[in-house]
Write a protein that binds this ligand. Structure first.
Ligand code: PLP
Length: 381
């Protein structure tokens, strides 16, 4: 069956009541057949019927051996990092989510995990950074906020023979567009708070694993540490996934129109969007993502930083907030918001300037969104 059919039916099989929408189980514990005999579910940290349903559809859509649902994206990334033993080395892209940067540099470092940040869209820079103790490469399928596109198969051809795990945070590119495991990744992570949930009402994270053995190691850590997704959120995430492909297609279409409009604007210095022919990795993005380039655009104005801040506060439809991927459009300044956890030198090295603005394009009419940006930016150069 095709993606949209599976998104609606896998994990939503009717139960004994015939309900077309699975019930929400909130039970934290389950009656067992006998002392020391275990039923399918025993305690909801270890597994629950509602979470199992959403994990089933997630594994299916990602082409994974199994998927695990977490209480947030960061909980999912942390669980993946807990695979690493003390003294391991991680290579990560230099434009990753600020929270991931903080996790690696302030939390994993307590366990003597060493981190190298590289420009991951250049696979050679990953090869060059490998050390004898390198155990993981962690990239984003679209780098954030510089909208860089890594070559996942080429990176996998470096990590796989070296026995290094390749983890891909694919929050910006959902499985209706790109499935990193098919391209060679070992672990796919999502902040499901974003496109998968899609409605800004559910904080959630996902890990999907290439093989059963890796899934079971991640499951063991998840159960031992406990950051699982609750019943209500599992239900909301599952509901969001049913409309994922349609939402993302429409939002990507609007994002391309807005990016093209921004590129022509006299007060805009540069626009970063992989659907634009001017994007340095446009050909690569087309190869792996087809004609859907995601819902996030970054751009810089010709004016000073005060002008950047003014525009961020002047939009009426684009809400000034972190996060992305939901039905409502958002605007933010990465340097002071989503990427404030970077130290300023790392931000400068990566090229995340104070004048960068990031847009998350929602499901509103693209004409209205363009009109909103037009009035906020103003036409006088
Ligand atoms: N990865 C990316 C690319 C993100 O944008 C975010 C959140 O903005 C996260 C991970 C963290 O996810 P969460 O906020 O669900 O913990």
């Amino acid at each position: 069956m095709k993606f949209r059919t599976r998104a609606i039916h896998v994990g939503s099989e009717p139960d004994a009541t015939g309900a077309v929408i699975p019930p929400i189980y909130l039970a934290t514990t389950f009656i067992q057949p006998g002392a020391g005999e275990w039923g399918t579910f025993d305690y909801s940290r270890s597994g629950s019927p509602t979470r199992a349903r959403v994990e089933k559809v997630l594994a299916d859509l990602e082409g994974a051996a199994g998927a695990l649902a977490f209480s947030s994206g960061m909980a999912a990334t942390h669980c993946a990092m807990m695979l690493l033993e003390a003294g391991s080395h991680v290579i990560a892209s230099n434009d990753i989510y600020g929270g991931t940067y903080r996790l690696l540099h302030k939390i994993c470092s307590r366990n003597q995990i060493e981190v190298s940040l590289v420009a991951a869209h250049d696979s050679e820079s990953i090869a060059d950074a490998i050390r004898p103790n390198t155990k993981m490469v962690w990239i984003e399928s679209i780098g954030n906020p510089l909208i860089t596109i890594p070559d996942i198969p080429s990176i996998a051809s470096i990590t796989r023979p070296a026995g290094i795990l390749l983890g891909v945070d694919s929050t910006f590119v959902p499985p209706s567009i790109l499935r990193p495991i098919e391209l060679g990744a070992d672990i796919v992570m999502h902040s499901a708070t974003k496109l998968l949930g899609g409605h800004s009402d559910c904080l959630a994270g996902v890990l999907a694993a290439r093989d059963r053995e890796l899934h079971d190691r991640l499951y063991y850590t998840q159960n031992a540490t406990g950051a699982v997704l609750g019943g209500l959120e599992s239900f909301l995430l599952h509901r969001g996934i049913k409309t994922l492909a349609l939402r993302v297609r429409e939002q990507s279409r609007s994002a391309l129109r807005i990016a093209q409009w921004l590129e022509r604007h006299p007060k805009v210095r540069r626009v970063l969007y992989p659907g634009l022919a001017s994007h340095p990795q446009h050909a690569r993005a087309s190869k792996y993502m087809g004609d859907q380039f995601g819902t996030v655009i970054s751009f810089e104005l010709t004016g000073d930083i005060a002008e950047t801040k003014r525009v961020c506060s002047a939009t009426q439809l684009f809400g000034l907030a972190v996060s992305l991927g939901a039905v409502e459009s958002l605007i933010e300044q990465p340097a002071t918001m989503s990427h404030a956890s970077y130290d300023s030198t790392a931000r400068a090295t990566a090229g995340i300037s104070d004048s960068l603005i990031r847009l998350s394009v929602g499901l509103e009419d693209a004409d209205d969104l363009i009109a909103d940006l037009d009035q906020a930016i103003g036409s006088q150069p």
